[in-house]
Ligand binder design. Structure first.
Ligand code: B12
Length: 218
């Protein structure tokens, strides 16, 4: 299949997510993209994320409400089930542990789960703390698991300050120098990352994995 074909399939998937069509119909489109030899990362970034961004804009405009956001979340978890078997296992060796979680006050986990899924297939071990994670838990679990990387997800601008709280607790516990900290999620910018003092910010999951892989080599 040509690149042009998968590009139009990506658009079809994005549109059907944006229009919140039936899950079974969207699953068929995603399977079609897989048959067209699109990679899982491409499908996520060029179709799923685009569709969800549209849902977000329609929510902002007052066209959609919370129930629609919830349905968009349900669509995503169903699509992951379709995509998981098609992920390419890059590295079977046990890699570094990434301690991962969505910061306190934030319940969004779709992006975090995508990052976790791709990271696992890239050879990292994931210790997922879930959503709405207490800052103390990040510090405590860093000690317990010996994780060398901490990944925090934050989609709400109101929860961005939680990143600093976690960094402060890591410093207090003498752990900050022992770990690399990466953040991601809709609310995150490179500028914020620099200001708050994390080691990196990723604008998408694939970029995040590349950054972590760079750390893994050292
Ligand atoms: C689905 C959704 C929900 C669902 C979440 C379901 C779930 N299980 O996650 C529900 C219904 C629960 C929800 C609730 C709310 N939501 Co909401 N939601 C969304 C929506 C539509 C999609 C989010 C998403 O999953 N995107 C797709 C994923 C793949 O993208 P992503 O998260 O950015 O992740 C990618 C990268 O950022 C990166 N990444 C993410 N995390 C990490 C972590 C690391 C370590 C790394 C390296 C990379 C990485 O990798 C991913 C893949 O590339 C967004 C709109 C949008 N455009 O984002 C609004 C949005 C985030 N929500 C918003 C709001 C306001 C809310 C509510 C406050 C609504 C309300 N009035 O109650 C609540 C808050 C609840 C809470 N306390 O958290 C706003 C936030 C505005 C802001 N700037 O603060 C948005 C932007 C919508 C909007 N445009 O207004 N929401």
């Amino acid at each position: 299949m040509t690149e042009k074909n998968s590009a139009s399939t990506f658009d079809e998937i994005a549109k059907s997510i944006s229009d919140l069509e039936e899950i079974d119909k969207i699953k068929i489109l995603v399977k079609k993209a897989v048959d067209e030899k699109a990679t899982v990362a491409e499908i996520i970034e060029k179709a799923l994320k685009k569709g969800l961004d549209d849902v977000g804009s329609r929510y902002e405009k007052g066209e959609y409400f919370l129930s629609e956001l919830l349905y968009a979340g349900e669509i995503m978890s169903n699509l992951f089930d379709v995509l998981k078997p098609h992920m390419k296992q890059e590295d079977l060796e046990a890699g570094d542990t990434i301690l991962l979680g969505t910061v306190r006050g934030d319940l969004h986990d779709i992006g975090k789960n995508i990052f976790a899924m791709i990271a696992q297939f890239s050879g990292f071990k994931i210790h997922d703390l879930g959503v709405d994670v207490d800052p103390k838990t990040f510090a405590e679990e860093t000690e317990k698991t010996g994780a060398r990387i901490i990944g925090m997800s934050t989609l709400l601008t109101s929860t961005l300050p939680e990143v600093k709280t976690v960094l402060d607790l890591l410093k207090e516990a003498g752990l900050r120098e022992k770990v690399k900290v990466i953040i991601g999620g809709n609310a995150v910018t490179k500028q914020f990352a620099e200001e708050v003092g994390v080691d990196a910010a990723a604008l998408d999951a694939v970029e995040g994995i590349e950054i972590c892989k760079g750390w893994k080599m050292k």
